[in-house]
Design a protein around this ligand. Sequence first.
Ligand code: 5GP
Ligand code: ZN
Length: 114
Amino acid sequence: MSDCLFCKILDGEIPADVIYENDTVLAFRDINPQAPTHVLIIPRQHVGTINDIEAEHEMMVGRLFSAAKAIAAEEGLSEKGYRVVMNCGEGAGQSVFHIHLHLLGGRGFDWPPG
Ligand code: 5GP
Ligand code: ZN
């Protein structure tokens, strides 16, 4: 998608602090971190929102979570705990319409979330 920010990061058009990648996903640090660790985990394939996820994407979605687990371990968060969030739609705070997991850690988190 030519007008998608995260597709531009995938294409190298916009720089990012990439910390993890494989053939399915890319992960980089959020430009406006909300916790000591705030990483965005995105699929290489453009899918706009959770509402656009189809059966053919299920393996890819699983690999987003496998990446979250690996990155949490690298960041020393596995035992302390961390939060994984995917916003869906503007009403939930989604601002970039290319699905992404937020991996947040290094501080406490309230429940319910704001
Ligand atoms: P959303 O609001 O869609 O759930 O999350 C989008 C995230 O992308 C936000 O946390 C925002 O700070 C982050 N973000 C927006 N633009 C950029 C950018 O150019 N680079 C990086 N690394 N993160 C970005
Ligand atoms: Zn995209």
